[in-house]
Design a protein around this ligand. Structure first.
Ligand SMILES: *[C@@H]1O[C@H](CO)[C@@H](O)[C@H](O)[C@H]1NC(C)=O
Ligand SMILES: *[C@@H]1O[C@H](CO)[C@@H](O)[C@H](O)[C@H]1NC(C)=O
Ligand SMILES: *[C@@H]1O[C@H](CO)[C@@H](O)[C@H](O)[C@H]1NC(C)=O
Ligand SMILES: *[C@@H]1O[C@H](CO)[C@@H](O)[C@H](O)[C@H]1NC(C)=O
Ligand SMILES: *[C@@H]1O[C@H](CO)[C@@H](O)[C@H](O)[C@H]1NC(C)=O
Length: 515
């Protein structure tokens, strides 16, 4: 009896101690503090990693066309040459103890004409990659589409602008499930549809470069006030059609999970005024709610409908039913936070673009440079508090869905160095914040560093390097070399080393030096 009471008290005391540390970041932890089935990995995407842009039957994607036209001052014709180096890379993944690898399928490599017939060489490449991963026990997490629309479909009907894309995307998915579904258990349909809408169809700085004055320059036509809404609508319908296909035809046998990816950044009101608080909520509704609300509740947020009016397409009853609940998990890409202020001036303009419908001005967090658009500030701060607020917001407003952090990384505005202690403290802080959130009830299932190796970066070509492994882009061999962060991640994943938040960088430098 007595002992039982003591044990009970000890348990209470322990759980109280745990609770009392919730408001603080986990300060020291190891891999074992996370659930065993939580997955730690790293990622790349097809266009940014594979190269071999015209090999073995692959046709151009809109990103090939865009880069060949010189808009970025570089191209991904070779990129990290993953098409030829994947075997060595997967060996490196195994060396550092990666538990999962997030990659995407190149639609024009698998289906060069945008739809069947299937390119046997494309199937062979992805089969080889998947087999190699499985051989080492590394979970493949496959994204079906990461921005690289086949140019033929862009030419034929405007890509994501046309509802015709829904059937073709479904065909791509069908081929993926059929060819790879026996070994792949984690499927993401579309990467960052909320960035595709704005970057490609509102501001027009991503292909297919559509925008209308004054919202962008050098566009090839477009309409910034309506096209972003149409593109998101088609994306949600295509996504949910694929989930339905998986659920009716494959899931019972293949037993995998399927979801979509959302680009998130956290928003904080610039001042304590109620106007800025409301502007912040509108920004959240536009950036998160644009995808989360249809998935959770079957419709766009009221704030969006009120602001965009008839520009926002409506779901029919059956579409709404199809979209609602069309996820087993949500993938999140998170990098930074912004301040938000109310912007009353845009009320005066005529037809607003989709970003003006937010009536909000954005300012880089902990920085004074105003940024009108949702773009990364060139100085990404190690802002873990914002990330935790974001996770809490999803937990409390969207029914605590299973979440994979599919991208998080450090690279823009960073001087490249092999001794990347800045990256280590950034990644360590985010991993610690995830542990805090799990302990506080968030349903977090995995974390993928962007990126496994240095790749072609969409915003900065080869100047920003996010990789755990350095790639020598000046040499034809594109040699890989582990940065300090690769050793640090390996110690955490493979050797059970703890991460100590207070001195995460010094600690790992010391660990590395002692090896
Ligand atoms: C933990 O979750 C509760 C309920 O959602 C919330 O009120 C609290 O602020 C959270 N604590 C932390 C540290 O995130
Ligand atoms: C638009 O095109 C003109 C002429 O080609 C070029 O000088 C200018 O830099 C372009 N602007 C942008 C933002 O790409
Ligand atoms: C964009 O579409 C709207 C609604 O159809 C229309 O009123 C507007 O004139 C269009 N703008 C351009 C630049 O074509
Ligand atoms: C907002 O209010 C809080 C507490 O009332 C205060 O600590 C904080 O400095 C205020 N922030 C701004 C930006 O005014
Ligand atoms: C980022 O901002 C911090 C604080 O404002 C500053 O000390 C640092 O030099 C900046 N880093 C870069 C790369 O601009």
């Amino acid at each position: 009896m007595g002992t039982a009471l003591v044990v009970k008290l000890a348990v209470l005391l322990l759980s109280w101690m745990r609770c009392s540390t919730l408001s603080l970041a986990a300060s020291e932890f190891t891999r074992k503090d996370f659930p065993e089935d939580f997955v730690f990995g790293a990622g790349t995407s097809a266009f940014q990693y594979e190269g071999a842009w015209a090999e073995d039957g692959k046709t151009a994607s809109i990103w090939d066309t865009f880069t060949h036209e010189g808009w970025t001052g570089g191209n991904a014709d070779v990129a990290s040459n993953g098409y030829h180096k994947y075997k060595d890379d997967i060996k490196l993944m195994n060396d550092i103890g990666l538990e999962g690898y997030r990659l995407s399928i190149s639609w024009p490599r698998l289906l060069p004409s945008g739809r069947r017939p299937v390119n046997a060489k494309g199937v062979e490449y992805y089969n080889n990659v998947i087999d190699e991963l499985v051989k080492y026990g590394i979970q493949p997490h496959l994204t079906m589409h990461h921005l690289d629309v086949p140019q033929v479909l862009q030419d034929e009907y405007g890509g994501w602008l046309s509802p015709k894309v829904i059937d073709d995307f479904k065909e791509l998915a069908d081929v993926c499930f059929e060819e790879f579904g026996d070994r792949v258990s984690y499927w993401t349909t579309i990467n960052e549809p909320n960035i595709n809408t704005l970057a490609s169809f509102d501001y027009g700085f991503f292909p297919p470069r559509r925008c209308s004055p004054p919202y962008g320059v050098n566009c090839t036509g477009g309409n910034s006030t309506v096209e972003p809404y149409i593109v998101m609508h088609n994306s949600l319908l295509a996504h949910s059609a694929v989930v339905e296909l998986y659920r009716t035809k494959y899931q019972a046998v293949q037993k995998g999970k399927i979801g979509i990816n959302v680009y998130t950044l956290w928003f904080k009101p610039l001042t304590n005024s109620s106007e800025d608080a409301m502007a912040t909520q509108r920004a959240l509704d536009f950036v998160y709610g644009w995808i989360f609300n249809p998935l959770l509740f079957g419709d766009y947020p009221e704030a969006m409908k009120k602001s965009a009016g008839s520009k926002i397409p409506s779901f029919t009853k059956s579409q709404s039913l199809q979209v609602k609940g069309s996820y087993d998990f949500i993938g999140i890409n998170y990098y930074f936070a912004l301040f938000v202020a109310n912007d009353p001036t845009v009320y005066e303009t005529g037809l607003r673009d989709a970003s003006e419908d937010m009536f909000a001005k954005f300012t880089a967090y902990k920085d004074v440079t105003p940024v009108k658009r949702i773009l990364p500030p060139n100085n990404i701060t190690n802002d873990f508090e914002s990330f935790q607020e974001m996770l809490l917001y999803i937990k409390n407003n969207y029914g605590n869905p299973p979440i994979y952090i599919q991208e998080n990384g450090y690279g823009l505005g960073v001087v490249d160095t092999m001794n990347d202690v800045g990256r280590i403290s950034y990644l360590g802080g985010f991993i610690g914040s995830i542990l805090d959130a799990i302990r506080n009830g968030s349903d977090l299932r995995g974390y993928f560093v962007w990126a496994f190796v240095d790749v072609y970066e969409l915003l900065s070509v080869y100047t920003a390097r996010f990789g755990l492994y350095h790639v020598n882009f000046d040499s034809n061999e594109l040699e890989r070399a582990p940065k300090l962060s690769a050793h640090w991640y390996k110690n955490f994943l493979k050797h059970g080393s703890s991460i100590v938040i207070a001195n995460v960088a010094e600690q790992s430098a010391a660990t590395y030096a002692s090896q």
